[in-house]
Design a protein around this ligand. Sequence first.
Ligand code: PEP
Ligand code: MG
Length: 320
Amino acid sequence: QRALWAAAARERAITRDGHAVAVCVNSGDTESLKAYDSRICDGIGLFRTEFLFMDQKDYPDEELQYAAYRFAAEAARGKEVIIRTLDIGGDKQLGYMDLPQENNPFLGYRAIRLCLDRKEVFRTQLRAILRASAHGNLKIMFPMIVTLEELREAKALAAQALAELDAEGLPHAERVPMGIMVETPAAVLLSDVLAREADFFSIGTNDLIQYTTATDRQNERVQYLYDPCNLSVLRSIHMVIQNGHAAGIPVGMCGEAASDDRLVPLLLAMGLDEFSVVPAQVGKVKHMVRSADFAALAPLVEELLSQREIAGAKALLERY
Ligand code: PEP
Ligand code: MG
């Protein structure tokens, strides 16, 4: 098995009947970035920038961030790198940020909410990413979006940062695509609207499962409900892919579900364009894709969507 995966890792992720998808890696901490191998994947589908902030005693300045994002851009050797803007709050806290104590941190002041409030922090990060875009194929991704207004404001701030760089004569890529994490039920239900103004979607199942099933992803007592095979989650994924494609944008997934053995064939059949997974799972996912027949998987989607019980969905997925 291991040998098969290792061999597949060096090949393209393409089904037996020629349907190609991208398989990227999730990264963020400096260590995994150092071990990054551009030959085994199609890029970095999720660069978590929190680590950069968590490793410091104070806010990382523009130069430090620029160096990190540039390093990622160059390590990818022309392949895409999706830099996610700061997703702090929730389970990730930062001493120097002086964040408020909250009763429900996962429903509170976090991610894009915090960035749109602390505009100076956001501006510094956007400038650093845009400057690094001169050195590779960078994309920007906003986490925890729940309204179109948030996306518009984030994009406007990025446009402002870009104008600043121009005024200062600092180089950047001609175009830096901007997409969103779809990780809240709000973003799922608004995905038709959001798709018209986002350049790409990336489904964040780690949070999407939590918010859709109202199940704390860290609470052991209710883990039995934290299930990617909950039909509400699978329907959500399907809806997001449909709405993304209807608007002509690619849809990826960077949550753990993207490397779940049971789900890979289904995600493939639903038309997911990009699987972004931890490096150790790249070979497995590629091997699964390469062993699959895309046309033969087609009936799986309709059959799955007509299921009512999780057990039925799991039995069906097992069969495929
Ligand atoms: C997710 O929510 O699925 C995700 C990829 O983001 P994180 O795990 O960093 O919240
Ligand atoms: Mg998340």
